[in-house]
Structure formats: C-alpha cells, structure tokens
Design a protein around this ligand. Structure first.
Ligand code: FAD
Length: 106
C-alpha cells in the first residue's frame, strides 16, 4: 500500500498547483471539468479512509470552482480540515497564492 504521508504531500502539491494554474475567470466547461475532477478524485484517491472523509467534506462544503481564488480558498479549507484531524497547524488561507503561486514575499 502507498505511504499515506508521502502520497498526501505529493497529492496536496498537485491539487494546490491545479488551483494555482486555474483561470481567474474560468469558462463554464472549465468549471464543470474541475468539479468533475474533484468528485472523481474523491472516489479514486488510494487511501481509503482519507477518500471517505474527503467525500464527506465535499458533501458539507460544496467545491467552489467559480474562480482561481474561490477554488484555492476552498481547497485550503479542505486541507485545513485534514490538518485539524491530524493535529497539524492550520494554514492562513488568505496566503494560499503566496505559498502555491506567487512565492512568499520575504
Ligand atoms: P501536508 O499536509 O502534506 O502539506 C504540504 C504543504 O502544504 C505544507 O508543508 C504547507 O506548506 C502547505 N499547506 C498546509 N496546509 C495547507 C492548507 N490548508 N492550504 C494550502 N497549503 C497548505 N493523512 C492521514 O493520516 N489521514 C487522513 O485522513 C488523510 N486525509 C487526506 C486527504 C487528502 C485529500 C489528502 C490529499 C491527504 C490526506 N492525508 C491524510 C495526508 C495528510 O494530509 C498529509 O499530506 C501528510 O500527513 C503529510 O503531511 P505534511 O506535514 O508533510 O504536510
């Protein structure tokens, strides 16, 4: 079975990078592709308990795909939900683009 930690780190990198490259003003078809991707991802993610909790989260907090910043903040909230569960520090979601798109300014 995959290493849940290494799989998680790699997967968050992929997901936040997808948010970073998502358009600021996506077309209807881009929005529908992203929503489909998130839902299929939640069925296929190869850590069963992780995937089940992620599907529960999606049911509670519907994925926001209307713009890059909406999706990035939604995904940050989903990641924070896992951080809370694992006792890790919460990330300040107002800074998601600095971490994943533009780089820290320091
Ligand atoms: P990670 O949590 O992997 O984060 C990587 C980097 O992302 C951090 O170093 C930080 O720079 C940045 N970051 C942190 N929080 C945020 C945020 N909120 N928004 C944006 N950037 C952020 N593991 C389990 O043991 N049980 C689970 O149920 C579980 N569910 C998961 C569900 C999903 C959908 C995914 C993708 C992973 C899941 N994991 C789960 C794995 C877990 O989230 C971590 O990836 C793993 O524990 C390694 O943690 P890490 O401390 O290296 O940092």
């Amino acid at each position: 079975p995959p290493d849940v930690e290494a799989l998680g780190r790699g997967t968050w990198t992929l997901l936040h990078s997808i948010a970073a490259s998502y358009p600021e003003s996506p077309s209807m078809s881009q929005q529908s592709d992203l929503l489909s991707f998130v839902k299929l991802f939640s069925k296929l993610y190869p850590c069963w308990v992780c995937a089940e909790d992620f599907r529960t989260y999606i049911g509670r907090e519907v994925p926001k795909v209307e713009s890059r910043d909406d999706f990035g903040k939604w995904l940050c909230g989903a990641h924070n939900d896992v951080n809370r569960k694992l006792g890790k520090p919460e990330f300040d979601c107002s800074r998601w683009q600095e971490r994943w798109r533009t780089g820290w300014k320091d």
